[in-house]
Design a protein around this ligand. Sequence first.
Ligand code: FPP
Length: 229
Amino acid sequence: MQQRMLPKHIAIIMDGNGRWAKKRLQPRSFGHKKGVKNIFTICKYAFNLGIEAVTLYALSCENFSRPKEELDGLFDLFRQYFGKDKDKFLEMQVKIQFLGERDILPEDIRKCLTELEHLTAAYTCGILSICINYGAKQELIRAVNIAVERRERQTLQSFHNLLYTKNLPELDFVIRTGGDMRLSNFLLYQLAYAELYFTKKLWPDFSPKELDKALEDFIKRERRFGKTE
Ligand code: FPP
């Protein structure tokens, strides 16, 4: 695959962990555990291909109304992989950043996020953004409120700088696993000209081969950005 034709920035809605576990008569937490392992597989593969930025939807604002037991399981995964097992992230040598309103998270997890951001701030092999308690509408309202507080009229460029994604290349490709064809409040502003790709594969089954398939599809598309050619 030719690197110059690859997307610079891909975002992934990692859906289907629960169904993957259910098919195996296991609790949903089993699916999420497998889902995290797949994050490492897919991110390593994507960054090695030369993709500059990967943005993952780990937990939406709306996901916070899931049953406490499921949320606790996800928080434990955050504690594990952003805390004691953070080497798995560090070894990718990519800058890691967390997008979303993190005040809602337990303090020990917030500390892990900040520490991982500091530890990886100077890494240059790519940027991995992980969205936690993220919602696109919430992100836009936050940006508007900052602008209002500063009493600033906005241009496209200045508004871009108020978004969580201000340091990322233009979003070119959004992948959603799990079969649903919707965007679920994910990066609604940034995806204005992104190509969208939906697959029935459940996230734990979305292998590097599946990513290749998606990228081949992306490469074939004619991107006109509203122009005629
Ligand atoms: C969607 O599948 C998945 C989520 C809401 C959680 C995704 C989170 C992870 C993969 C773990 C993130 C953890 C780290 C450490 C980065 P679903 O549960 O909605 O599946 P379903 O649609 O089959 O029910």
